[in-house]
Design a protein around this ligand. Structure first.
Ligand code: MTE
Length: 348
């Protein structure tokens, strides 16, 4: 039986990954606040989360770079990335306002508050850029970004992205199936999983000075998940190349899984015979599983996953977006056969 935690009084939209709580708790403990640190740090985290939303929204309202930082490149300043809309795999819902999507981000390498990536990620050098693809395959190789951009036709896909923190956005992404790249290296029969590693350069990424996660940020998929046509190797959004805060120059988007599976700024992809370690699972295994499929039937230990807030909906620019039901696999029923016969409570 679970006991009531200090943070149970927080509303669901105030959730913050436990490591952020822990990190702040460690800091407060270091300053001698001891036993009151838990709830205080939770409240502080919650307040900062709301402040980040407000900061992001005021930047939207003013059309300005968020105050207090150098400011990342805005979509309007970025080159266009032409693509053909793929209607088969696109949602029909309207995309979320791009200004909101580009100022409310999770990219802990640039800080843990939602407005940090858009304020800090201008230090990210996205050229030259190479992605190493190696492991259990016949043709491993290092792919230059220019080669990756030409490897398959660019498609625009409108996907919803559901964060484990119970907020979601709808984004027109640009990319092509991850399967196109994996096929190029000719996976061997031992390739059962794919691991993803993202850039970890302290000279470019101020967030690496924090121990909130073990760097580099790593993620993983089962081979059949990685080969599913919905898994997108992504280079752009809203008709433009990715802004740095969105994971430039190349990231994953895996729309039926919680957002943290969609690793940003990829540098290495490895085919393996063993299930690879993943950052959030290493950090809090009881809270974040390897699979992390969106599932309203499996709650996070500290909050419900039954509903979510779609940023931008409702009044006040979406700050108080009404809750909407969360769907199994984020509504992407096409992936259900991947999990036939599996107990999704056990493999969460
Ligand atoms: N990738 C890296 N390298 N570092 C991160 O902190 N955060 C993840 C994911 N990819 C993260 C990452 C999380 S928690 C989410 S919800 C999505 O990116 C957010 O993507 P967005 O900022 O484009 O909405």
């Amino acid at each position: 039986m679970t006991t009531r935690k200090d943070w149970d009084f927080l509303s669901e939209n105030d959730v913050t990954p436990e490591e952020v709580f822990k990190n702040r708790r460690r800091l407060i403990q270091a300053f001698g606040a001891g036993s009151v640190a838990g709830p205080l740090s939770a409240v502080k985290a919650a307040m900062q989360g709301s402040a980040a939303v407000v900061a992001g929204l005021s930047a939207v309202a003013c059309g300005a770079k968020p105050a207090g930082g150098r400011g990342s490149t805005q979509l309007s300043e970025l080159p266009a990335l032409p693509a053909t809309r793929n209607t088969q795999w696109s949602n029909t819902e309207p995309p979320t306002d791009s200004k909101l999507v580009t100022t409310y981000n999770n990219f802990y390498e640039f800080g843990t508050d939602k407005s940090d990536p858009s304020r800090n990620a201008d230090t990210l050098q996205t050229r030259p850029w190479k992605v190493l693809v190696e492991g259990e395959c016949n043709k491993p190789g290092e792919f230059d970004l220019d080669d990756l951009l030409k490897l398959a036709p660019m498609e625009e896909r409108i996907y919803s992205l559901r964060c484990v923190e119970a907020w979601s956005v709808v984004v027109p992404w640009i990319g092509y199936p991850l399967a196109a790249l994996l096929k190029k290296v000719e996976p061997g029969s031992k390739a059962k999983y794919v691991s993803f590693e993202t850039l970890a350069d302290p000279r470019q990424m101020p967030g690496l000075s924090s121990s909130v996660l073990d760097w580099p940020y790593v993620e993983g998929l089962r081979m059949d998940e990685a080969m599913h046509p919905l898994a997108l190797l992504t280079f752009g959004q809203y008709g433009k190349v990715l802004p740095n805060q969105a994971g430039a120059p190349v990231r994953l988007v895996v729309p039926w899984k919680y957002g943290f599976k969609s690793a940003k700024s990829l540098v290495r992809i490895r085919l393996t015979d063993k299930q690879p370690p993943t950052s959030w699972n290493k950090s809090a295994p009881q809270e974040y599983g390897f699979y992390s499929n969106v599932n309203p039937g499996v709650n996070h230990p500290r909050w419900s996953q039954g509903s979510e807030r779609r940023l931008g909906e409702g009044s006040f620019g979406g700050l108080f977006a009404p809750r909407r039901d969360t769907k199994l696999f984020n509504g992407y029923e096409a992936v259900a056969p991947l999990y036939q016969g599996m107990d999704l409570r056990k493999f969460f």
